[in-house]
Design a protein around this ligand. Sequence first.
Ligand code: PAF
Length: 280
Amino acid sequence: MTLVVHTRADLAEVLTPTGPRAVVMTMGALHEGHAALMSAARSRLQSAGQVVVTDFVNPTQFGAGEDFDRYPRSLAADVDLCRRNHVDVVFAPDVNAVYGQEDSGVTVDPGPRGDILEGVTRPGHFRGVLTVVAKLMHLTRPTMALFGEKDYQQLVLIRSMTQSLDFGVEIVGVPTVRDPDGLAMSSRNRYLSPEARGRSAAIPAALDAGRAGASSGADTARVAARDVLETAGMDIHYVEVTDPDLGPAPAQGHARLLVAVTVGGTRLIDNCALDIGVGG
Ligand code: PAF
């Protein structure tokens, strides 16, 4: 049975006092990518533990002029998807339940990696993300929290926060779920017109090109990915190769290719693992 609660008090009442608990944090508008997080949570916990999904569109991670007001909200459909995925508790608070009335000004600083990549176009975004993730962790008290690799920079920063600040919560990254043409599932895909949706297939194609070029080095991978996006007429925000922790790309070994573009007015991000200078 899936219980739906909206207040801190009701949440506290339905959390099991002991035993493992996995939390999947979402902003709602759930899709199969979120379902994969829920099913990974369930299979890691087995039947013994509790799976909690949080469903909250967090205002503090949206900048002025971003899509906070029009971000899709679909609680009834979200709860249905949670039920089908054997979630125990859905916590769907309002803004007041999370932040209260007073703004203390206390937030979580993501450090310098919050200012690169997404942080360039979205200043303050990761401060908002880490602050709400910290709050939701304290409210749900999980042993484990699962996040999609689609938001790779977010995953790295959340892992870093929980390690640096000793949260004692295991952070699990779950591979990106993709549509048949390779486009990463995202709640924002529903903003795309059919024409923009068709053109978006260039994003996974760019990642494929980057992977294919990786044996010749990080620069070759980056240029190959950028070429595909340029040929498709994309408005490119960045195409970068980093090490797995978002530091400088290695000359050889594990790396990450990250891209952000705007298609038909919608900003989309994606990324993949690379092995630089290996094989070919
Ligand atoms: O990835 C998201 O949906 C959000 O950034 C998160 C982690 C739920 C925080 O609001």
